[in-house]
Design a binder for this molecule. Sequence first.
Ligand SMILES: NC(=O)c1ccc[n+]([C@@H]2O[C@H](COP(=O)([O-])OP(=O)(O)OC[C@H]3O[C@@H](n4cnc5c(N)ncnc54)[C@H](O)[C@@H]3O)[C@@H](O)[C@H]2O)c1
Length: 261
Amino acid sequence: MADAIESPGAGRLAGKSCVVTGAASGIGRAVAERFAREGARVVATDLDAEGLRRLADELPRAVSTVVGDVSREDDARRMITAAVERHGRIDVLVANAGVLPLSEITEADAEEWDRVMAVDGRGMFLTCKYAIEAMAGPGGAGGAIVCLSSISGEAGQRGQAVYGPAKFVASGLTKHLAVEWADRGIRVNAVAPGTITTERVRRLQDEPGGPDYLTAIEKLHPMGRLGTPAEVAAAVLFLASDDASFITGAVLPVDGGYLAQ
Ligand SMILES: NC(=O)c1ccc[n+]([C@@H]2O[C@H](COP(=O)([O-])OP(=O)(O)OC[C@H]3O[C@@H](n4cnc5c(N)ncnc54)[C@H](O)[C@@H]3O)[C@@H](O)[C@H]2O)c1
């Protein structure tokens, strides 16, 4: 079915050069697949070389890959320069790579805080920094950045003492960069998903206590269900595309009504 998914030259991101971090699984993979279907040239990046290889095998004309760690400065820079070298410039960055631990503050320690902030905070900062340098520099044509925040980056929750603050960094970085670059042709927005049925969340129903836990989480969302990676990818696509040309600094909930409560 790869040929049906790839349609170069057509679509809402036709001809755009896009980098998606954390693209080997979950939401990042769904974004890379949707962007490919919308005509983008995607540089998919992740720590997970095998997952990236599977994605590129499915979409060989639209997707190329860079294996690396967003929290490492050289790797983050390499993810962006790969797009510039392969496709002439970078038009879109989706800063998605993240780790999602659940812990109360008494269970967490300083090492966990540093580990999560290194990926979800520093990694997002570094990839945004190098993307903006390329979008605003010689040969750059402006662009759009979409950061992955979360309902946990907009409101307090139980068991998110480390992850939640890291997602507030995502929402905060989005707003500050949006204002800083608004008059220089770069839009910066975020999506704030509720709980999404990624592989990890789907596996919960096979674990002891998992089905009850999942039902309880579903009930927290007014629509009474979890979201899908494809539903998040659709919102990311909107913010990355020219349809959102007068939108910057927004954090768009994709949460079945969670944040409206
Ligand atoms: N799943 C949800 O319910 C949910 C809800 C709200 C927000 N989010 C956000 O969406 C994003 C993606 O989450 P997901 O649920 O798809 O997670 P996931 O674990 O399915 O995918 C995350 C990907 O990021 C990669 N990654 C992790 N650390 C990395 C690093 N240092 N460098 C490069 N790649 C790295 C992983 O290998 C993985 O492929 C995260 O930023 C997360 O905070 C997820």
